[in-house]
Design a protein around this ligand. Structure first.
Ligand SMILES: Nc1ncnc2c1ncn2[C@@H]1O[C@H](COP(=O)(O)OP(=O)(O)OP(=O)(O)O)[C@@H](O)[C@H]1O
Length: 379
């Protein structure tokens, strides 16, 4: 028996690569051919990983060589599977999609006490007033406070039956549905959470709850950038994050770390922008006076430096603190300057979300733009 390597290539030329409309040779599936006496070894790489596809290509190669070269050739076929090249999409949302929750926005801060929970509560109320279905998940494992701000401190979520499964019903007030770790922990007892434990508890609050249809679920994250955050952020399908900071240098440095956390390759959550809280102090009796006690425009400059949107500023005003403390956030006070400030910040956040959510169907973009009155997507 005598044959050349080229005879083998000619035979392989007659086999069509599955789903390609080209021959195995043309499609570069054959990576090597070795001939040795009556023996031929063919190395081939295919993209379909199924056993059936591997077997099929092996049988076809044997048949082609036996038919077109010599029926007695001892053919060995090594089939390798090509690893698909995964194109990392920067707007890809990690984790399991939740069909009834359209958008999840994480509200974070590097430093504690900068007003992240206050901003979350007021933004949620602004969204609800625009007509959206809104949920708030208080994930602040160190000190949940949304149940106080929404004046539902004593409430306990009930269990309801949904399609034969028992689910937690969020507590609703001011048109916002709320679930908080605060409903399940004793305020007098410190709970020490580890990352996986916190993310498990939060996943239950999201997946085992009867949220109904939600347009925006805001997650009030704990302050900082520790392992609790990483677990939460990596395990939930978050569309975007908002970072809250005061203009003070020490808070800005931490806010920068917060932004960097979301931008890490393993997290990759788009940062929608930075909100400057306590931007200046205005006393009630001198409403036109502004005192920049924590510095001026710090968060605005940080946003510019790290190429992130600046979503707006909220002053340090006594009534914001008082309203939060009594469980009636200022965004509820119709026709006030502060109600309007929160509305403007909310609109800016939505504009950024629309830019990030490129995959959103056009009808959804129109719906959000119309309901919030936010400017159309600026590209
Ligand atoms: N713009 C503001 N004007 C006046 N008081 C404010 C303002 N923002 C927040 N506060 C008050 O500052 C305190 C801390 O705010 P908040 O609890 O919202 O901060 P946080 O960043 O969520 O804190 P934590 O570190 O506990 O998560 C609260 O008493 C709140 O009422």
């Amino acid at each position: 028996m005598s044959f050349k390597k080229q005879d083998i290539y000619n035979a392989l030329e007659k086999i069509t690569a599955p789903g390609e409309g080209k021959s195995l040779i043309e499609n570069n599936n054959v990576t090597n051919v070795v001939t040795f006496g009556d023996e031929v070894i063919v190395d081939v790489t295919i993209s379909n990983p199924s056993l059936q596809a591997k077997k099929k290509v092996e049988v076809e190669i044997m048949k082609a060589i036996h038919q077109h070269v010599h029926p007695k050739i001892d053919v060995k076929v090594n089939v390798a599977v090509e690893k698909p090249v995964v194109q990392e999409n920067p707007n890809q949302i990690r984790g399991k999609e939740i069909p009834n929750i359209k958008n999840i926005i994480a509200i974070a801060s590097g430093k504690g006490g900068v007003g992240k929970s206050t901003i979350t509560a007021n933004t949620a109320i602004s969204l609800a007033k625009m007509g959206f279905n809104v949920g708030v998940l208080d994930a602040d494992v160190y000190g949940p406070s949304q149940h106080l701000m929404f004046d539902v401190e004593k409430a306990r979520p009930l269990s309801v039956n949904v399609d034969g499964r028992s689910k937690m019903k969020p507590i609703e007030n001011y048109g916002v549905k709320l679930l908080s770790l605060g409903f399940f922990t004793n305020p007098d007892q410190a709970v020490i959470w580890r990352g996986p434990m916190a993310s498990k508890a939060l996943k239950q609050l999201i997946f085992d709850a009867d949220w109904g249809e939600i347009d925006f679920l805001l997650i009030d994250l704990p302050p900082g950038t520790g392992d609790v955050h990483l677990s939460i952020v990596q395990s939930l399908p978050i569309n975007g994050a908002v970072v809250v900071s005061t203009p003070q240098n020490i808070a800005l440095a931490d806010a920068k770390k917060g932004v960097a956390m979301f931008q890490q390759e393993s997290i990759n959550v788009p940062v929608l922008g930075i909100i400057e809280n306590m931007a200046y102090f205005t006393p009630a009796e001198l409403p036109n006076n502004k005192y920049y006690i924590f510095g001026k425009d710090g968060a605005k400059h940080l946003a510019e430096d790290i190429h992130t949107a600046f979503l707006g500023e909220i002053p340090l005003v006594q009534s914001i603190r008082e309203a939060g403390d009594v469980g009636h956030p200022v965004a509820l006070q119709e026709g006030t300057i502060l109600e309007n400030s929160f509305k403007e910040i909310t609109k800016e956040m939505l504009s950024q979300l629309l830019i990030r959510n490129e995959s959103l169907p056009p009808t959804e973009v129109v719906r959000i733009t119309t309901m919030s009155g936010c400017s159309a997507v600026k590209k």
